[in-house]
Design a protein around this ligand. Structure first.
Ligand code: ATP
Length: 241
């Protein structure tokens, strides 16, 4: 295992000894990982490696068989309020399809208990480029439009930990470029970004770290600037179609 992580910064996410089995088959097998404020980490791995499984556990949407997740040193399980710190962007948009984009965002703003919802909602609609479609039911949106809205919905409560699962799925060139810029703007010292991508090429140049999930564990976790010192990971990334 090759791990060159910062030890000087406080870990925002600490994962220790995660085991997740489906039908007795381990998908995650004693997986550990630590991410600090300011990290923008790309999680790479083949189809079926367990990236979505790991992100769902970090978002408290799936239960591990063993191991623990700490957020700022506190067990995720111990404090449901910690979930407010997390924004999870699945590759399957989750909306009330008969409601408009605006109504969906208003609903989530209420759930998050936002103090100035109208401002946040209009900022989200602007950032998604969907302001002029805000009064259309979400079922009339294309797959890419739903994905754009899904990204902004997850950012509505300004979470400090962002978990993106294959966020480029369904986006056209313009929307993908918009997401590139959005991710770069979100990469600030107070945030942690973890993006799962089995085709990570466009993320490598902007990421601070790369973590490689294989055989149920993080086999490599390195600063992106040191990629050239990791021939195995470099070769893997060059081979990904
Ligand atoms: P991809 O790049 O294709 O999205 P991934 O790395 O995100 O893959 P996961 O979706 O986490 O991989 O799946 C890891 C393994 O766990 C796969 O073999 C998958 O079939 C299995 N798996 C995931 N969810 C379930 C489930 N609910 N029940 C049974 N098996 C599951």
């Amino acid at each position: 295992m090759m791990v060159m992580d910062s030890v000087s910064r406080k870990a925002a996410i600490t994962v220790r000894g995660l085991v997740k089995r489906y039908h007795f088959q381990p998908v995650l097998d004693d997986l550990s990982l630590s991410l600090s404020d300011g990290d923008f980490c790309v999680l790479v791995g083949a189809n079926g490696a367990g990236k979505t499984t790991l992100l769902r556990i970090l978002a408290d949407l799936a239960r591990p068989n063993q191991g623990e997740v700490l957020i700022n040193g506190l067990p995720l399980k111990a404090s449901p309020a910690l979930r407010q710190a997390i924004g999870y962007i699945s590759h399957q948009p989750m909306f009330y399809e008969d409601l408009t984009a605006l109504e969906n965002l208003e609903h989530y703003a209420r759930l998050y208990g936002l103090s100035q919802p109208a401002e946040r909602i209009s900022a989200c609609l602007r950032a998604s480029g969907l302001a002029s479609y805000q009064n259309q039911p979400v079922r009339t949106y294309s797959r890419g439009m739903q994905q754009r809205l899904s990204i902004e919905r997850a950012l509505l409560h300004d979470p400090k930990i962002l978990l993106f699962d294959e966020p480029y799925t369904g986006l056209d060139q313009e929307a993908a470029q918009r997401l590139d810029r959005r991710l770069q703007a979100l990469h600030t010292p107070g945030r942690v970004i973890l993006v799962a991508a089995h085709r990570p090429q466009r993320l490598i140049p902007v990421a601070s770290h790369i973590a490689w999930l294989q055989s149920g564990r993080i086999s490599h976790h390195i600063p992106a600037s040191q990629l050239n010192s990791s021939p195995e990971l470099l070769a893997y990334l060059q081979e990904v179609p």
